[in-house]
Design a protein around this ligand. Structure first.
Ligand code: GDD
Ligand code: MG
Length: 346
């Protein structure tokens, strides 16, 4: 079975991080999230992957190529204009088989996929939606279900008092090719606002099944921070690309930690990172590969992507830095979410 990854959204709620960098490529535990998705699919026995992309497709293509580095085969369905979630699936139709998986690429989960696929086989559904339950469903697609699992109503982002339940679309679908007949070609179509309601009305073939385990939509900076707390606390068990040198202190290859540096766990430090003497790093801090941290820097509850440079004596608290950001000596930043500034901040 093939899997289609919807990776073409603009990621507006994660700006400025996603201004020059597609949201599904946001680093999660120091690797692009999309790479974790590819690894998860491979573990689940799915080795044929199609990526539906629009925004900055080159970043994604250059990173993954044909997928052979991960032992999978990756193809790309590129949209000329933004087609929406259903339009993107329709656009990828020539690359898909009779039955396939669709995943929102910004969904953080590692749920077993076989039970969802089995349920789909048995129920005779055209589309089966993986569901999860949340406290506040108003930011998601909310379902009302009949006992068999059939979905009687699907409402995208309802006001809280109008939500029919707390059960939401987790952004994972098993779909039959036949369902694509319900999507008009060559225009923007939202699967949540148009296609699901149409399927309910005209076919009754929309089903849902609860998924287990950790689930998070990383679409806002608050959720992105929470995700990293959960990784460092092991609430969300994610395979990290670094050795655990001490309790909850993970350090990548060839990192150089200066004398007198205090690391307050939990902390993840990437490969080839250099940290100057007497700096204090942590807690809840992630430092990307090839970052250079000067002497006497303080960095707490912050996430830095790759190749950032933080000069001597700077202090960071609750910050998120995109790739290649440079911060001059003795700056103090609190709760800043920043992307690269030409010439750095000096
Ligand atoms: N290729 C392509 N083209 N991908 C798209 C497009 C498009 O035009 N529009 C959105 N996507 C991708 C995004 O990159 C993301 O991975 C996924 O589709 C969902 O889009 P979001 O913009 O993140 O939607 P959302 O988070 O507001 O809501 C969706 O996800 C919720 C679960 O997190 C909906 O599917 C909700 O019903 C669902 O509950
Ligand atoms: Mg989302």
């Amino acid at each position: 079975m093939k899997a289609l990854l919807l990776a073409g959204g603009l990621g507006t709620r994660l700006r400025p991080l996603t201004e020059r960098w597609p949201k599904p490529m946001a680093l999660v535990g120091n690797r692009p999230w999309l790479e974790h998705v590819v690894l998860h699919l491979k573990e689940e026995g799915i080795e044929e992957i199609v990526m539906a992309v629009k925004h900055a497709p080159e970043t994604i293509r250059q990173y993954f190529g044909d997928g052979s580095r991960w032992g999978v085969n990756i193809q790309y369905a590129i949209e000329e204009s933004l087609l929406g979630t259903a339009g993107a699936i329709k656009n990828a139709e020539p690359l898909l088989g009779d039955r396939f998986l669709v995943l929102n690429a910004d969904i953080i989960q590692r749920t077993p996929l076989v039970p969802l696929i089995d349920f789909h086989h048995k129920s005779g559904a055209l589309v089966t939606i993986g569901l999860t339950e949340v406290e506040d469903p108003s930011h998601y697609g909310v379902v009302e279900q009949a006992e068999s699992g059939r979905i009687a109503r699907f409402v995208e982002k309802p006001a809280l008092h109008e939500a029919p339940s707390r059960r939401i679309n987790a952004g994972i679908y098993v779909m039959d090719k036949e369902a694509l007949r319900y999507i008009p070609p060559k225009r923007e179509v939202s699967i949540e606002r148009e296609t699901f309601p149409l399927l309910i009305e005209q076919s009754g073939g929309l089903y849902g099944r609860l998924l287990g385990g950790y689930w998070l939509d990383m679409g806002t900076t608050d959720r992105y921070r929470k995700l990293h707390r959960d990784i460092l606390d092991r609430t969300f068990p994610l395979q990290l690309h670094a050795a655990e040198r001490d309790q909850s202190i993970w350090i990548g290859e060839d990192a150089e930690i200066g004398s007198g540096v205090l690391i307050v766990p939990p902390v993840l430090i990437g490969s080839r990172v250099r940290i100057g003497e007497r700096s204090v790093i942590g807690p809840y801090t992630v430092i990307g590969d090839d970052c250079e941290i000067g002497a006497q820097v303080r960095c707490a509850e912050s996430i830095l992507w790759d190749r950032c440079k933080v000069r001597m004596g700077a202090q960071l608290n609750h910050c998120i830095f995109g790739h290649d950001l440079e911060l001059g000596p003795h700056h103090r930043l609190h709760e800043a979410v920043m992307n690269r500034v030409p010439g750095g901040i000096s």
